[in-house]
Design a protein. Structure first.
Length: 328
């Protein structure tokens, strides 16, 4: 039986990416008490990758109040992975690990229960437990940044599907004749509306009409190849017309995608996070206004579209959420 002190003790949340390992101590109410970052060794041996994670944990726990003060560890890692066994299968961003038993290896080291899931699933759970989706039953969460990831939480539990691979909303195609996504499919929303796609759309428009005046090109110091989604966001904030045009095109793509999601899942809330989501937050009302054109659900505009509570620390909170069944 779990002791009352264990039920109240903080959880260690870990976010493993292709370049970094973020470690944080998270209270049972979802408060990130402290955190740190270390580099990840993604291209070496499996042992080198594991050593990097262990060193990040040890460095963090030895320098904070976390030493000896956590009873479980939750880890966000890139997929594909098996959340039931904690085995990392073959993530493109972590070539060091192929069929690697991450949960088992970490549990053997620290003698505590360890859970592993992909970052979007875990972040969706954190938003449901403690964040923007708290109190909702049927949650669709998406993170929009360099890519688009998503997670589905139904009645407080991550929906993994039959093989553990459910929730790959970023690879739902809305144009089967569209550009090829990194996953190999055509017209995925990720290849059309993530950060790199926004930058590419801006570069294409500027190249097609070199005489067109835009603050985007000024920010790029006249170099079209240097235009990124971040510069589009800066130009939009300054009132640039072309930047607004590009973001409205992105809004239309996301509206079509979310219309499909609503028709499939009928969620009671949509939560959007990630760097590009911050850029698009002023357009959330416009997305809701466009949903009826892309959705047969007559009550689509009743569904709240909310900005995620957790920002850059979503992976830490998500890892912790995997270990917390109830909120104190």
């Amino acid at each position: 039986m779990t002791s009352k002190s264990a039920q109240r003790s903080p959880v260690l949340g870990i976010d493993i990416g292709g370049t970094k390992i973020a470690v944080g101590l998270v209270s049972r109410k979802g408060e990130i008490l402290s955190h740190s970052r270390q580099p990840m060794v993604a291209n070496g041996t499996p042992e080198a990758g594991l050593k990097a994670v262990i060193e990040a944990i040890d460095s963090f726990t030895s320098s904070t109040e976390a030493e000896g003060g956590f009873q479980s560890i939750g880890i966000c890692a890139p997929g594909p992975l098996d959340p039931k066994t904690g085995v990392v299968l073959n993530p493109p961003n972590l070539p060091c690990w192929r069929n690697f038993p991450l949960a088992e290896a970490i549990s053997a080291r620290y003698r505590v229960p360890v859970k592993v899931d992909n970052d979007a699933n875990a972040a969706a759970l954190a938003e449901t437990r403690w964040g923007a989706a708290r109190g909702f039953h049927y949650v669709f969460y998406a993170t929009i940044g360099t890519g688009i990831g998503s997670g589905i939480v139904l009645d407080g539990r991550i929906y993994h599907g039959n093989t553990g691979s459910a929730g790959e909303g970023g690879h739902v195609s809305i144009d089967y004749r569209g550009p090829v996504c990194g996953c190999g499919k055509h017209g995925c929303i990720e290849v059309l509306a993530a950060g790199p796609a926004i930058g590419a759309r801006a570069r294409a428009k500027l190249a097609a009409d070199p005489k067109r005046s835009s603050n985007i090109l000024d920010l790029a110091k006249g170099n079209i190849a240097a235009v990124t989604s971040e510069l589009v966001a800066q130009a939009y904030a300054a009132g640039d017309f072309l930047a607004s045009e590009i973001l409205l095109e992105t809004v239309e793509l996301l509206s079509a995608w979310l219309g499909n999601i609503i028709d499939l899942l009928d969620p009671d809330v949509l939560v959007i996070g990630g760097g590009v989501a911050s850029m698009l937050q002023p357009f959330f009302g416009e997305i809701k206004n466009r949903l009826p054109r892309w959705c047969v659900n007559p009550r689509s505009t009743d569904i709240p579209l909310l900005m995620a509570h957790y920002g850059a620390d979503a992976g830490i909170a998500g890892g912790a959420a995997l270990c917390v069944e109830t909120v104190d």
